[in-house]
Design a protein around this ligand. Structure first.
Ligand code: HEC
Length: 139
């Protein structure tokens, strides 16, 4: 019984670790943001899940209808979101719940552009985008 538990646990960790950490398309997107971040600041070292979480939860004054990413994606990225206006369901943004997240570079860029302009009133920087993806990979 105990042995079985250990085996199930180990396989689970491998599967989840594999999905969250080693997805080539997502790694390529992050590597691209890292290059851009280093072009802007040669001293830049690494993305931060903590900064990504702060960006995700921050409230902004730009658009009172959508003060935050959480307005549609909810405070908990492992849960299903809801578009504040259309009411349409949005699948969870946490990679553990939705392994396809951040694997389509065109879609990722399109959404970052639209959502950052909508919420912040400007485009997100490469550092912000990398931090955001890193936070979602940790959830
Ligand atoms: C008005 C509602 C709304 C708000 C506010 C919002 N989003 Fe989104 N977001 C969406 C919708 C709709 C999608 C597309 C549907 C999907 O991917 O499930 C999406 C998808 C995304 C994706 C694509 C992820 C992937 O699958 O690759 C990213 C990145 C994203 N949002 C980032 C943000 C960020 C950053 C903020 C805050 C600055 C934000 N969103 C705020 C509605 C919103």
């Amino acid at each position: 019984m105990l042995l079985r538990g250990i085996v199930v646990f180990t396989v689970g960790v491998c599967l989840f670790g594999g999905i969250a950490a080693a997805e080539p398309a997502r790694d390529a997107i992050l590597a691209d943001y890292l290059n851009q971040a280093r072009q802007a600041d040669p001293g830049f070292t690494a993305f931060s899940a903590e900064r990504g979480e702060a960006l995700f939860k921050a409230r902004h004054a730009h658009n009172p209808d959508v003060p935050s990413c959480t307005t549609c994606h909810t405070e908990d990225p492992t849960r299903q979101g809801r578009h504040y206006k259309t009411g349409r369901a949005i699948e969870p943004v946490a990679v553990s719940r939705n392994p396809e997240r951040f694997t389509d570079a065109t879609e990722v860029e399109k959404r970052f552009s639209r959502d950052c302009k909508n919420v912040l009133g400007r485009l997100c920087t490469a550092v912000e985008k990398g931090d955001y993806v890193t936070f979602m990979m940790s959830r």
